[in-house]
Design a protein around this ligand. Sequence first.
Ligand SMILES: C[S@@+](CC[C@H](N)C(=O)[O-])C[C@H]1O[C@@H](n2cnc3c(N)ncnc32)[C@H](O)[C@@H]1O
Length: 430
Amino acid sequence: MSAPGYAPRAAAAHLLNGVLTEHRLLTDMVNSKDGPLSKLPPQGKARAQSLANDTLRHLGRIDIIIDQFMQKEPPISVRNALRLATCELIVDKIPPHAAVDAVVRLVKNNRQTTRMAGMANAVARRISENGAEIWADLEPTSLPPYLSKPIRKTYGKDVLAAIELAHENGAPIDITLQSQADTDDLVEALEASVLSTGSLRLFKWGQISTMPGFEEGAWWVQDASAAIPVKLLGDVAGKTVLDVCAAPGGKTMQLAAAGAKVTAIDLSKYRMERVQENLTRTKLSANLVVADVLTYTPDQPVDAVLLDAPCSATGTIRRHPDLPYAKAELTLQPVLDLQKQMLNRAASWLKTGGEMVYCTCSLLPSEGEDQVEQFLASHPDFEQVAIVAKDHGLLPEWIDANGAMRLRPDFWADRGGMDGFYAAILKKHA
Ligand SMILES: C[S@@+](CC[C@H](N)C(=O)[O-])C[C@H]1O[C@@H](n2cnc3c(N)ncnc32)[C@H](O)[C@@H]1O
């Protein structure tokens, strides 16, 4: 990789400080109009973002290496500058002089740390000489205890280790095609492979908006796991479907492309604007409603509901390595209460015989399996319909004893992994 300039590195340092000291989310900072990336050209933005992401993804190993070469804990901004340099030296394999020079400039340009530039220079040099060897013997970055504990308790220590490895490995880009008829052409144009679930997977990509077929709306970016819940509703052509918690609209586009009459509901006006942009680009249509699910009521009962509830997003850490650091603890109860209320409301909107798919991108049973169990216990007019793995290109072991889909980031480890996801089909009977 060629060495980027100073500005993207300075922006990456801002991003890192924001996540690690202010517990902010990268997406919020990246999308902010006056955020750290706002003055960078597209290439610089992409570089700053990928440098911050990679540094967070490998933070555990990076810190162990820095600690080997430092006597005294430096101010956090100096540690963050060294973290970026370590990532550039070992992960990105950037020429040592460029990475060392950048850390020295970052430390020097901050009045409070300028006197530490010499120390930063010495530490970065030693990392450039010896870091890679140490790195190879280190375990993948651990999740913070507030996340590792519940995951270990649910899946065991071996699965936790596999999930942590999947997080370090990162994620390819998966796309959903508007029409399967374009598969062969897009596989060739994008050098993609076809997954058994129907998504295309890309291991090489550039600026998304300039890639073949994007502007024409032939596809959208969506993790392979996230594309499955809509498919669980079966043939939705001509049916009325409520897409509950819809933004930014990946599932709305799938439903509209499948011919459903979609009403998409989301609380966030800003996020709903992204849904509209996506629909405009793909020339698909849906009725968009900015509303709180807890107060909204549809005019008529509907044939199907897709409820993609807000959750801890613990299944998406391989794509969002900032998530573990943006919080210091799991405060699940409010979101569990919200999921429960959303399930109750959405259930009342279904016609008799209609089906609801409840899903979350969480690894925690409290947001998936337990919610569905409690829902069924309090809704005798609903039954769970078992998902048939082979109908959706899934492995049978990914379906639990109750017929729900439980996906984990360590699945498909040999081909780039997948986001963690839970989905269950709930049918309202007479
Ligand atoms: C997991 S995301 C949805 C992702 C989306 N289904 C997709 O596939 O692109 C959850 C969404 O729930 C929305 N949300 C959170 N609380 C809500 C509420 N009370 N009413 C409506 N939407 C809500 C958030 O704005 C967020 O966009």
